[in-house]
Design a protein around this ligand. Structure first.
Ligand code: 6R9
Length: 652
């Protein structure tokens, strides 16, 4: 066991590897030469990608201007229109009949949009927004369910050069209000409601409540009719989408915008304080999103059916549902609802129905499917799947193996992709035709990306010692700042280590140079001077057959400084196991060592999660330390904390 006072202890060992199937490697989009080309001349490599993957209205003169670091300018002097890149050019190239979106509503209604139809819809929406006074530089808030209008709205904004701020449909009126105010939005696009767990769930009342909270800059609210439920309407402010967009002209000439024109703001909660409006711009963002999507998912746009299960309220929904797949001319599935409505096989039914070839989802969903049992996915034909992606959290080796075996038929490569709202696009991931994949490791920086694992002083660490992940060179899709707060941008990301971007994640490299993520550094526990990673202990717990999900936190302890407290969800078949908590303590002791043994194991039925499935350990720490639970406004389901406290009362 590595004991180091500087980094994070490294306790978990994993030696299994899975080389790409030979035929896959032979036909793969990306070969090992990409690493070499990027290594030889990083900026020339990115310039080449930008010119190959993106259509520029005016070519750029300089690849990177880093003279005002950490404020980057990429592809300086270039102009482009993102919506033109995502729709029009595919129609011009003769692919107008290709399906862009197979939409599957939760109640089972479907809609197919070809690229030609999508171009018309985006143009109509752009004309309608323009008629409401939206122009380049204005901000538009989007608060929609997962329906085609969400993608259409984002692209319509991009077409006009208006900056969108998508707010997750599960967020409250308060959260929506603060985001509208911070971005000074002119228009809000919403819907009467969406379908969630088998019933219509209203959205418009939250917009009304948000706008009633204070005087705002919002002039108009555009409302999509999705569920047909009764909706209050303020005639002076509200407009129905079908009355404004449907009759608008499908002709709209896209204009080129500067490569650094603001494309969108997306708020990320962080662990404390007010949400940060992460700002992304145009040329660099689209380049890296398109490059990574094509190469990491091995995309062959004429054959593949791609499905990213993320909500558009998350960065994954921006980069890998809206922008990159459409820029690459892919055919994709967009699904409105939850994985278990009306039954727990819904996702696999969708894979079978559309013959999905590339699936991109999150560990939280994989663990839920594991908990429900292999017999459910086994009922469906999943043989079309050839690449599986994971994002959002470290994937536990156990969940990785299950994903590969049960969903991937023991052959589809798994790409575990590490990135952040701030990085805009994938940064660390295997290349599926090149890398021998390893359960639980995100592996290597992608071509053109330079990362390292450093100690507290910013010095590179040797292998097998846990430390902090940093990015050492600017990258095209990097955030350009925090909306309205340049100082916070510098303080948060660029002041911990001189000249390096600090991601806030713990990581280590193994002897092959592969990177393992250890969890957010804010969540690292300090037990008797050992810094323990949440990820490793959670993975050890999940490797026990009784455990479906686990979250560990450090709670103040008189003797050890902090003590490990574990919250576990048991698999239904083990719910009644006697002495399970003691067995789990012993199991962790055996798997990774006595220091990591949880002092307490608490059985719960739910864990608090964000919209992207990340566990909010901060709230669990409050519970473990018997404190009042802190700000829970960014929880996907706000009732979870009450449920956990009830569970614990009953258990004690
Ligand atoms: C894309 C996204 C970013 C944080 C990031 C890290 C965690 C995401 C991961 C991962 C380990 C992966 N994270 N992917 N950790 N392995 N493959 O999730 O963006 O919502 O901003 O979260 O998520 O902790 O720093 P965002």
């Amino acid at each position: 066991m590595a004991e180091d006072s500087k980094g994070v202890s490294n306790l978990l060992h994993e030696n299994r590897t899975f080389p790409p199937p030979e035929d896959f490697a032979r036909e793969a989009v990306a070969g090992a030469d990409l690493y070499e080309r990027a290594q030889q001349d990083r900026l020339a490599f990115w310039a080449e990608q930008a010119r190959e993957l993106i259509s520029w209205e005016r070519d750029f003169e300089q690849t990177l201007d880093w003279s005002e670091a950490p404020f980057a300018k990429w592809f300086v002097g270039g102009t482009l229109n993102v919506a033109y890149n995502c729709v029009d050019r595919h129609v011009e190239a003769g692919n107008g009949e290709r399906v862009a979106i197979h939409f599957e509503g939760e109640p089972g209604d479907t809609r197919t949009l070809t690229y030609a139809q999508l171009k018309d819809e985006v143009s109509k929406a752009a004309n309608a927004l323009a008629s409401l006074g939206v122009a380049a530089g204005d901000r538009v808030a989007i608060y929609l369910p997962m329906i085609p209008e969400a993608v259409i709205s984002m692209l319509a904004c991009a077409r006009l050069g208006a900056t969108h701020s998508v707010v997750f449909g599960g967020f409250s009126a308060d959260a929506l209000h603060s985001r509208i105010v911070d971005a000074e939005a002119k228009v809000v696009i919403t819907a009467d409601g969406g379908y969630r767990r088998g019933k219509p769930s209203a959205l418009k009342p939250a917009v009304d409540a948000a706008l009633a909270k204070s005087e705002t800059t919002v002039e108009k609210v555009l409302v999509v009719q999705r569920t047909g439920q009764d909706t209050e309407f303020d005639e002076s402010r509200d407009l129905w989408w079908h009355e404004v967009v449907d009759p608008a002209s499908p002709e709209h000439t896209p204009q080129g915008f500067d490569s650094e024109h603001p494309l969108f703001i997306l708020y990320t909660s962080g662990t404390t304080g007010k949400p940060k409006g992460i700002l992304h711009t145009t040329g660099g963002y689209l380049t890296q999103a398109a490059f990574t999507h094509k190469n990491v998912f091995d995309l062959k746009p004429e054959k593949d059916v791609y499905w990213c299960t993320a909500d558009i309220g998350w960065i994954t929904g921006h980069s890998y549902l809206t922008y990159a797949p459409l820029a690459n001319g892919a055919t994709q599935v967009v699904y409105e609802g939850t994985p278990d409505t009306p039954h727990r096989g819904r996702w696999w039914e969708i894979v079978e129905k559309y013959k999905v070839t590339i699936l991109y989802t999150a560990p939280t969903a994989i663990r839920a499917a594991m908990k429900w049992g292999d017999d459910i996915p086994e009922k469906y034909d999943l043989s079309s799947l050839r690449v599986l992606g994971s994002v959002g959290e470290p994937i536990n080796p156990e969940a990785w193996m299950w994903y590969r075996r049960v969903i991937g038929g023991d052959k589809a490569p798994i790409v575990d992709t590490w990135w952040q709202t701030e990085t805009g696009a994938l940064m660390i991931s295997p290349l599926p035709g090149v890398t021998a994949t390893k359960p639980g490791s995100a592996q290597r920086a992608l071509p053109g990306i330079v990362v390292d694992v450093v100690d507290d002083a910013g010095q590179p660490l040797e292998n097998n010692v846990g430390g902090f992940l940093v990015v050492k060179e600017p990258w095209p899709s990097m955030l350009r700042g925090i909306w309205g707060d340049p100082q916070r941008f510098k303080d948060t990301y660029w002041s911990t280590f001189e000249g390096m971007y600090f991601a806030g994640d713990g990581a280590r490299r193994d002897d092959d140079g592969d990177i393992w993520f250890l969890g957010r550094v804010d969540d690292v526990m300090n037990v008797s001077g050992h810094r323990l990673s949440t990820t490793e202990i959670e993975s050890a717990l999940v490797s026990h057959p009784a455990v479906a999900e686990a979250a560990v936190v450090g709670a103040a302890d008189e003797t050890t400084g902090q003590a490990v407290v574990a919250f576990v969800i048991l698999r239904s078949s083990h719910a009644e196991d006697e002495g399970i908590t003691e067995a789990l303590r012993q199991h962790v002791g055996q798997e990774i060592g006595p220091i990591a043994k949880p002092k307490r194991v608490l059985v719960v039925s739910e864990l608090p999660k964000t919209r992207s499935g990340k566990i909010m350990r901060r709230l669990l720490r409050d519970v473990a330390e018997n404190r009042e639970v802190g700000d829970a406004t960014t929880l996907a389901d706000s009732s979870v904390m009450d449920l956990i406290q009830e569970n614990l009362k009953k258990g004690s």
